[in-house]
Ligand binder design. Structure first.
Ligand SMILES: [Zn+2]
Length: 171
């Protein structure tokens, strides 16, 4: 996805969007984001979308999950899915990251433009940054975690130490 740039979005805008998505899902007051449930339910909400759990060998070794925005397919490795079901923070984030790509680019229609290789994409226009930011904001709402420490955020939100630490640094 790194050859593309998207219309600019600030963290503030993505934070507001995350809040709206949580509201639409009816989980405003719930801290632990139901990632696996959403992954399974998403094709019922968006009928063009296909969410697949694939054999680990179907994707390259360093790819845990992938979203094809043209085919409207999210593929998640079986191993990642299984670990997410067990509550592994990193795997939960991997799945939500792909969902964030799908929502921003396919459903909310953030405008995507092809960018030339030599052109540096500003962070706020980078689809990878936007998906990472939105997934983080969905899993760790700023207004709810602002008085917590890293360990509390890890436990309450079901995220990794790195994710909790990063998100707290952005509040
Ligand atoms: Zn990505």
């Amino acid at each position: 996805m790194n050859k593309y740039s998207v219309e600019p979005k600030s963290r503030k805008e993505l934070r507001m969007l995350a809040r709206q998505i949580r509201k639409n899902l009816g989980i405003e007051d719930q801290l632990y984001f139901p990632v696996v449930e959403l992954f399974e339910r998403l094709p019922d909400i968006y009928q063009d979308l296909e969410c697949q759990i694939v054999n680990d060998f179907e994707l390259p070794i360093n790819v845990h999950a992938i979203t094809d925005i043209r085919a409207k397919t999210i593929k998640v490795k079986e191993n990642v899915y299984d670990n997410a079901c067990k509550g592994n923070g990193r795997d939960r984030m991997t799945i939500l990251h792909e969902i964030a790509h799908y929502l921003t680019l396919c459903e909310l229609n953030f405008t995507l433009a092809r960018s030339f290789d030599e052109e540096r994409i500003p962070t706020y226009c980078d689809p990878e940054w936007q998906a990472k930011c939105l997934a983080g904001e969905l899993m760790m709402p700023a207004n709810k975690i602002k008085n917590m420490d890293v360990e509390q955020v890890m436990k309450e939100c079901g995220v990794s130490w790195d994710a909790a630490n990063y998100q707290l640094s952005k509040i």
